[in-house]
Design a protein around this ligand. Structure first.
Ligand SMILES: Nc1nc2c(ncn2[C@@H]2O[C@H](COP(=O)(O)OP(=O)(O)OP(=O)(O)O)[C@@H](O)[C@H]2O)c(=O)[nH]1
Ligand SMILES: [Mg+2]
Length: 356
């Protein structure tokens, strides 16, 4: 269960540079607006030191990290929802993502063209959000029309029409769909897909002298997460060893790399947890929805395991390490037998018993 994080924002704000930084790629990131046309995507391993420890402990032949996919999307400008700039292909690209990383330019550099002439994080941010809302408005209006015209007998048709009209009114007041109180009727509409229903966080592309992110958050009255990245600086330090990078970042008061901070935010917004499978052949980290029980987690590994599920033999990561693996955990009475309804905990090491 990997998730897809889309980098969305104005042209020339550093989306492709951040994409390169996160994914270790070298796609073009040049000083001209709309440098990116088709989206670029790449999978990145989710770093997890617990997995490294499991590999060492079991001498595993293979290590498989959980993965996250980043998609670098073309820049949007005011009017994009009606076809300005590169048109509204962006709708489809953003629609395919699970979480939106809204990249906002805070860095000042007169040499780097800004499509509006000058850097104004707040107004850039609002312009892009408005385009997303307008795109949703148009989607909802089309949807409403198709319901009105539909000859198919629909249960609760009148209520549905009223609910859609309320949603249109809400979007018209320039507020994200995620803030709308969905009725059961509307929540059931799996084919009404809206961009502003997706979880969003801000990536602030800052520089040494321009970290006005606190002011930005207060002025915006935002309850969104914000990850500040100095893309130019972090790109430079990728040449250093991992240890040197950590030291450099900690001197700046940052405990984690940009990638780690983004992954933490994504996991939080999407409500994800990690569990492990580990043995001499392979140690692997899996991501699952926080709400997933043992049988649902087993299905992430393979549908056969889910189908033939017998039980989950489970131990917490801390105990697994403390008692030196499976045998030690069994000897010390911390190796548990759990049924299909067991709510898997963050960091559990699991051995699924199944029968096919
Ligand atoms: N000074 C400075 N320049 C940066 C920074 N991040 C990116 N740039 C430069 O800004 C220009 C645009 O960067 P890109 O990463 O291509 O921007 P983009 O958002 O992908 O642009 P589009 O693909 O056109 O939408 C490039 O010349 C980058 O080198 C930064 O943090 N500081
Ligand atoms: Mg780009």
């Amino acid at each position: 269960m990997s998730f897809r994080c889309g980098l969305v924002g104005m042209p020339n704000v550093g989306k492709s540079s951040i994409f390169n930084l996160l994914t270790n790629q070298k796609i073009p990131a040049e000083n001209y607006p709309f440098c990116t046309i088709d989206p670029n995507s790449a999978f990145v391993k989710v770093p997890d030191t617990r997995l490294d420890t499991l590999v060492d402990l079991n001498n595993s032949e293979n290590k498989v990290n959980a993965a996250i996919e980043f998609v670098d999307i073309a820049g949007l400008i005011k009017g994009a929802s009606t076809g300005e700039g590169l048109g509204n292909d962006f709708l489809t690209h953003i629609m395919k993502t699970d979480v939106i990383a809204h990249v906002v330019r805070f860095f000042k550099d007169d040499d780097i063209i800004h499509v509006n002439g000058s850097t104004d994080p707040l107004s850039d941010f609002r312009d892009i959000n408005l385009e997303l809302i307008l795109a949703d408005l148009s989607t909802t209006e089309k949807y409403l029309n198709s319901i009105k015209k539909s000859k198919k007998p629909l249960k609760n048709k009148n209520e549905l029409i009223q609910d859609l009209e309320k949603l249109i009114e809400h979007l018209s007041s320039e507020v994200f769909a995620s803030k709308f109180k969905y009725t059961e009727n509307l929540a059931e509409l799996t084919d009404l897909k809206l961009l502003t229903n997706k979880p969003m966080f801000v990536i602030a592309n800052i520089d040494e002298n321009n970290d006005s992110t606190n002011k930005f958050m207060t002025d915006n009255k935002l309850d969104l997460d914000l990850v500040a990245i100095n893309a130019a600086l972090e790109q430079e330090i990728t040449l250093l060893s991992e240890q040197e990078q950590k030291e450099f970042l900690s001197d700046l008061g940052l405990a984690d790399t940009a990638l780690e901070r983004i992954i933490k935010t994504g996991y939080k917004l999407l409500g994800l947890k990690t569990f492990f499978t580990s043995g001499p052949k392979e140690s692997r980290a899996w991501s699952a929805k926080k709400t997933f029980n043992a049988i649902e987690c087993s299905g992430i590994i393979h549908s056969d395991i889910k189908q033939g599920f017998i039980r989950a033999e489970t131990v917490s990561y801390e105990n697994y390490i403390k008692f030196d693996g499976e045998q030690g955990s069994k000897n010390n009475g911390v190796w548990r037998q759990e049924g299909k309804d067991y709510l898997v905990q963050e960091g559990d090491v699991i051995y699924f018993r199944f029968n096919i």
